[in-house]
Design a protein around this ligand. Structure first.
Ligand code: NAI
Length: 318
């Protein structure tokens, strides 16, 4: 049985995610932490008849330490979301500091926990988390994940619309790279089952998968970003292989994948998961199309800058 923690649990993603985790039969204890409102959210969820015992904490009275001590899994949707016109990178200034503070707590109070980072820009916040864990000598790349599942969920939904499949769950499209704009690379040529995308629809579909988050930000008109679909994605699926944003040199199979990508350190690739974290990073790249190779080159260039920015912040910012 698992002790799970949500940091940022009172937010737009945090609340529905906590609801889904409260009803998950694998979780025996669920602790919610935020700078506001967690007692209320925890009280509300505690009335749901399910296994998980739930508690809410605020920063006062060593709240972060109490939340994290003994945790097996920590999910982090803490931080500000985008408003219309903003890129995920615009969030860096505030969210970098929040992630650094929270991951410092993880390093001190539950260094062996699995850490799932939702806070954007994921391309930079995961490298920040890795640096913080390294500085405390507790970094294990097989246990640190940037949550990119929403890109996979969107890819299935939008591809199903184009090929006329009513049940989008039947279509699985691997999505690699990072989690923003052109760093998101859907590998439609490897979709299962194989999907024939009409040539005149391909660019539009790829663009919609890369920039799908903007549709939600614009539709919510300043009141939030993708929260409900994100919460759905973060509860995870039951498959053994999931694309997720990992530190390649630190996971089995990762060196080979990094080499195939010209030496990049962090990348979302389909990863085989086991009870102790990453079992193996898989290398889908030998089989991709020429069109996807071009998308990949753009992604690698942008992503390298995002990674360097995160590492630099973690090493230098006070
Ligand atoms: P929100 O503003 O509704 O919620 C964020 C929560 O974090 C708030 O309750 C806030 O009080 C809390 N918070 C702020 N500072 C904190 C701290 N130091 N410690 C603990 N909690 C703190 O935002 P929303 O919509 O839930 O988004 C959260 C993050 O997730 C954003 O950065 C957003 O960009 C990102 N996101 C990531 C996605 C992904 O696919 N990885 C998809 C959609 C959003």
């Amino acid at each position: 049985m698992v002790k799970a923690v949500v940091l940022g649990a009172a937010g737009g993603i945090g609340q529905p995610l906590s609801l889904l985790l409260k009803t998950c039969s694998l979780i025996s204890e669920l602790r919610l932490y935020d700078v506001v409102n967690t007692p209320g959210v925890a009280s509300d969820l505690s009335h749901i008849s399910s296994l998980a015992k739930i508690t809410g904490y605020l920063p006062a009275n060593d709240g972060l330490e109490k939340t994290l001590t003994g945790a097996d899994i920590v999910v982090i949707p803490a931080g500000i979301p985008r408003k219309p016109g903003m890129t995920r990178d615009d969030l860096f200034k505030i969210n970098a500091g929040i992630v650094r503070e929270l991951v410092t707590g993880i390093a001190k109070f539950c260094p062996k926990a699995f850490v799932l980072i939702i806070s954007n820009p994921v391309n930079s916040t995961v490298p920040i988390a890795a640096e913080v864990l390294k500085a405390h000598n507790v970094f294990d790349a097989t246990r640190l994940f940037g949550v990119t599942t929403l890109d996979v969920v969107r890819a299935s939904t939008f591809t199903a619309e184009i090929v006329g499949e009513k049940d989008s769950r039947k279509i699985v499209v691997p999505v690699v790279g990072g989690h923003s704009g052109e760093t998101i690379v859907p590998l439609l040529s490897l979709a299962q089952p194989a999907c024939k995308i009409p040539a005149d629809k391909l660019d539009g579909l790829v663009h919609r998968i890369q920039f799908g988050g903007d549709e939600v930000v614009a539709a919510k008109d300043g009141s939030g970003s993708a929260t409900l679909s994100m919460a759905f994605a973060a509860q995870g699926e039951k498959g053994i292989i999931e694309p997720t944003f990992v530190y390649l040199p630190g996971v089995p199979g990762g060196e080979e994948v990094s080499k195939a990508l010209g030496g990049i350190d962090f990348f979302a690739v389909p990863v085989e998961l086991g009870p102790n974290g990453v079992v193996k990073a898989t290398n889908p790249f030998p089989a991709i199309s020429d069109y996807e190779k071009k998308l990949l080159a753009v992604a690698i260039k942008d992503l390298s800058g995002n990674i360097a920015k995160g590492v630099e912040f973690a090493k230098t910012a006070k």
